[in-house]
Write a protein that binds this ligand. Structure first.
Ligand code: G6P
Length: 441
């Protein structure tokens, strides 16, 4: 009988893979990973080879007995997996560039996860994740699916509603980034900070913030109004908050809230960046090229610090911390995307929400957060409606449903603009949207 865990990472050729490997190395004494299968598609073959070889060097360097396998054969990889992690991007960075730039050309923020870009990303990604679920049912029915692929909230909900896989958790580094940000701001160890998270992916709020069990929410709220102290991510140009606004809001917003409470300013900034240096996709492409050059170095056997310039910092901490707690039935509290089951009142029972959960071997158990404060409830519900309609469009390939999703997105100003953007985006992404082919003849 073989012992130890089999992990499969779909999108294994991602530049983030060294993050994950570092995490598995760090936790290896408690989390006996036997093999990691990095899977990618033909177009990602070269990147898979480069980052896969770095992964092999990383485990060899520290002498942990983890076998690294590289493959383009997803089915072969999935056989008897214990955990399947997903971090793929359908259409790669070129598709992200279109998600960001087409709306901008029409004076609208693209926002590649919750905005118009997020809609198109969902349309491309959901059919693929549902294929993966069908394969998992057959090849590893007991495995947990840990999804990091964006739009992570919608992908998780699509799996919950439209597949037979129930063992799914959606994961994001935003909450852990917020905790680390608070720890840094208050100069305390991360382990002492806890936040009551409630909301949706990239639309999550800290309802309260504690250090050693004592609320420090007021202090955090007043500190982050200073742009210098604003807690943000590498991919978001945060600008600080109006002190009176934040005090009245009285909860801790996530960096993505800049897109909703500062839409005009964000648009201005993104248009400026677009003209000067391109979209974030182009910035990331340059970073990736540099990273892959580094990864090729046969003497490199650690995660290079340059990876921290990507928005996904702390990904390994979040992912491996979660798998570790599930494997050891640790019952600690972590924020993840999971089925609501009434934890957040006013959001559908069976929808995916991002919420603090107790992590057990049977999965995350959401902590009841009750009703969201009235000032934030509407925005969260409106994004949830957008997500639900977007998921339905991805599954059915129905044009009207896609247009509805685009139009109800809070970043889109009108049905007319929604249609212009949607039509252009459907055409630009045609190769990755077979379910819409009838509407594009
Ligand atoms: C944040 C988000 C991720 C997103 C990433 C983008 O970390 O939580 O969901 O993928 O930023 O970062 P990038 O470096 O690709 O712009």
């Amino acid at each position: 009988m073989t012992t130890g865990l089999k992990i499969v990472t779909i999108g294994g050729g991602s530049s983030y893979t060294p993050e994950l490997i570092e995490g598995f190395i760090k936790y290896h004494s408690d989390l006996p990973v036997r093999e990691i299968w990095l899977v990618d598609v033909e177009a990602g073959k070269e990147k898979l080879e480069i980052v896969g070889n770095l992964a092999k060097r990383m485990v060899k360097e520290v002498g942990v007995p983890i076998e690294i396998h590289l493959t383009l054969d997803r089915k072969e990889a999935l056989k008897n997996a214990d955990f399947v992690t997903t971090q793929f991007r359908v259409g790669m960075l070129a598709a992200r560039g279109k998600d960001e730039s087409i709306p901008l050309k029409h004076g609208v923020l693209g926002q590649e996860t919750n905005g118009p870009g997020g809609l198109l990303k969902a349309l491309r990604t959901i059919p693929v994740i549902l294929d993966i679920c069908r394969e998992m049912e057959e090849l590893c029915p007991n495995a947990w699916l840990i999804n990091f692929t964006n739009p992570a909230g919608m992908v998780t909900e699509a799996v919950l509603r439209y597949s037979n896989i129930k063992k799914v958790v959606g994961l994001c580094n935003v909450p852990i980034g917020m905790e680390m940000g608070v720890a840094k701001l208050l100069n305390v160890d991360h382990s002492r900070v806890r936040i009551d998270f409630a909301g949706l992916n990239h639309m999550v709020y800290g309802l309260d913030v504690y250090v050693d069990g004592v609320s420090v929410k007021d202090e955090v709220i007043s500190l982050i109004t200073d742009p210098e102290k604003s807690i943000t991510m590498q991919n978001i140009h945060a600008m600080g908050w109006e002190p009176e606004f934040l005090q009245a809001l009285n909860v801790f917003p996530c960096p993505y809230h800049n897109y909703y409470y500062k839409s005009g300013d964000m648009l201005e900034k993104e248009l400026k960046n677009f003209k000067e240096g391109g979209t974030r996709a182009e910035v990331v492409k340059k970073l990736e090229d540099e990273l892959f050059e580094l990864y090729k170095d046969p003497t490199l056997a650690i995660k290079p610090p340059q990876l921290e310039k990507r928005g996904g910092a702390y990904y390994s901490d979040a992912a491996v911390r979660l798998i570790h707690s599930m494997y050891t039935d640790k019952r600690d509290i972590q924020p993840v995307n999971t089925i609501n089951r009434g934890a957040i009142a006013g959001l559908p029972y069976e929808s995916a929400v991002e919420v603090s959960c107790v992590i057990t071997k049977d999965g995350p158990k959401p902590i009841t957060m009750g009703e969201l404060p009235v000032a934030i409830r509407g925005l969260v519900q409106s994004i949830k409606s957008f997500e639900q309609v977007a998921i339905e469009a991805a599954v059915t390939g129905d044009y009207g449903t896609a247009l509805l999703a685009m139009t109800i997105n809070p970043l889109v100003p009108s049905d007319r603009v929604a249609k212009v953007i949607l039509d252009e985006m459907l055409e630009a992404h045609q190769a990755y949207l077979p379910q819409f082919s009838y509407s594009m003849v």
